[in-house]
Design a protein around this ligand. Structure first.
Ligand code: ATP
Length: 296
């Protein structure tokens, strides 16, 4: 069954439209990246999935039900929203024990998740003294407590060092390989390209793309051929395609070999004939450029 289904999901805060008629599915067994620039509405959407915010319109279902109707919510869905939102005076173990107890989960799970996230050695230390990386691990431990089928992570790699980033990335891949649905938000395409199988891209609260990562990469890395020549107008006439720029021609419908063969036959000299492949980040910027809240 579809793990999360949003249908025309909308959220307004006064005059601000945070999420607008957003429809998407999150499927089990894969990492779904939730991508969008700052302020796109990712956190708001995640909060609505978890029943922390009420939609102004539409609906979002977790395993076919609204979150508040789930009988054992922590066994169904685990979430890391804000890693620093924990009681600083408690030890890591006591923090997790409190969550386990109030949700009818066995204390033995606490030891298991401490092991999974690598916090066993520091389990007796006060959470208040934890680094961001340790707080992230603790938040993930809490999300895993109920052994849930569905996991939500809001910008989990923000502020982490490369070791921490690699660790979270590997964990998310493992959780998906176990058949769980992993839904993770980020504003970085490069990060998602290395972690996600599927992408849901939003901008200004609206759906921009719902696509496989491989598909996105294949489509965006096609690129174009840049042709420069002292006789550019003749090149354009000869090949009969391409977009004219002041000092070059941009061609998507022909390869470098095809263009080079034609111009060589016609005896037209070329200054440049390059296949330009935009980076993934550039393709993503292009996709979301109309939906940035603030532009520099
Ligand atoms: N409680 C609130 N009251 C008023 N406006 C809000 C509230 N929460 C979010 N917004 C607005 O809704 C929009 C979406 O915000 P949201 O935090 O969901 O975006 P985001 O994609 O998670 O961005 P970021 O990556 O910056 O956290 C923004 O314009 C934000 O200012």
């Amino acid at each position: 069954m579809t793990a999360i289904r949003a249908t025309n999901l909308s959220k307004r805060y006064g005059p601000t439209v945070a999420v607008a008629e957003l429809s998407f599915d999150v499927e089990p067994g894969r990492v779904t990246g939730f991508l969008g620039p700052n302020g796109a509405g990712k956190s708001t959407t995640m909060r609505m999935i978890l029943g922390l915010d009420r939609p102004s319109g539409g609906a979002v279902l977790v395993d076919g039900r609204p979150y508040h109707e789930l009988r054992h919510p922590l066994r169904k869905v685990g979430a890391l929203l804000d890693a620093k939102a924990v009681h600083g005076g408690r030890s890591a173990r006591d923090h997790l024990l409190a969550i386990a107890q109030s949700n009818g989960l066995p204390a033995s799970r606490v030891e298991q998740v401490l092991e999974t996230v690598g916090l066993r050695e520091v389990a007796r230390r006060r959470v208040g003294g934890f680094s961001l990386g340790m707080a992230q691990r603790l938040g993930i431990a809490a999300a895993l407590l109920g052994d849930p089928e569905i996991l939500l992570f809001d910008e989990p790699v923000n502020g982490l060092d490369p070791d921490g980033i690699l660790w979270i990335r590997t964990l998310m891949r493992e959780l998906a390989a176990e058949g769980r649905a992993v839904f993770v938000s980020s504003h970085l395409m490069s990060e998602m390209a290395q972690t996600a199988d599927h992408l849901i891209v939003i901008g200004k609260g609206r759906l921009i793309a719902d696509t496989g990562v491989d598909e996105f990469i294949a489509r965006s890395s096609q690129g174009y051929v840049r042709v420069r020549s002292p006789r550019l107008a003749e090149v354009a006439d000869l090949i009969g395609t391409g977009e004219r720029h002041p000092d070059h021609l941009r061609v998507t419908a022909m390869s470098t070999l095809e263009i080079g063969t034609l111009t060589a036959r016609a005896g037209i000299p070329l200054e440049e004939l390059t296949h330009v492949r935009p980076s993934l980040e550039a393709a993503y910027m292009e996709l979301t450029k109309d939906s940035l809240e603030y532009t520099s």
